[in-house]
Design a protein. Sequence first.
Length: 254
Amino acid sequence: MGRLQNKIALVTGAASRPGLGSAIAERFAAEGAFVYLTDIDVPGVNQVAEEIVQKGGKATPLQHDVAKESDWDQVFATIRADHGRLDVMVNNAGISLLSTIDGQSTENYMKVMDVNMHGVFFGTHRAVALMREVGEGGSVINMSSICGLVGVPGTSAYAATKGGVRLLSKTIAVETAKDKIRVNTLHPGMIMTNIQTAAIRENPANYDTFVAGIPMGYIGEPEDVANCALFLASDESRYITGTEITIDGGITAA
């Protein structure tokens, strides 16, 4: 306990349960961080924050559309007013809108880009600026995917954003390393979130096939991703930047 004691953290896309953002926010709070949770789903993010507080953690929920720069400005204005610093930024919010290339609409492609790619840029840009201003470094954790590492049919727009997040993060990591700002990416595979549960429900016939493709033989839990985020957020990873952690039960190793 206490691995993030007194650190100020921001986690986007934290309303869904089970979900990666909510699991990360809960893990951070349990380790002593003051966590800002944001999402477009206000009732959802309020509930997650309330449960964190009930367990003795420190959390503030905020309404936030990551595709809107004005929303980012409001979120960071709140953090500045409350604490004047940010130690950990987790750009987790994202959407998929999966489709093969022949069925991919320009409208959906641009929507995925706005949330998954531009949203990560907006957040990283502002986090780096505040961390540099404070002068004590920090950790930026950007959520990518195994779709940002290997080709997965039906994910063209999603994969484009996740591959972009990976290289955006590496580039910024090099630019900010001397400021003691670390920028890394997480690459989950099949994790039992609400999105994954819906996919299984819609395509139960292929569930066994999906699981059979995982060398470890089972789908991961949000906590598996949250534990990796905790490591990257903590001072235990102080010499790690510009890299990625793959959390996929061995899918991309095969």
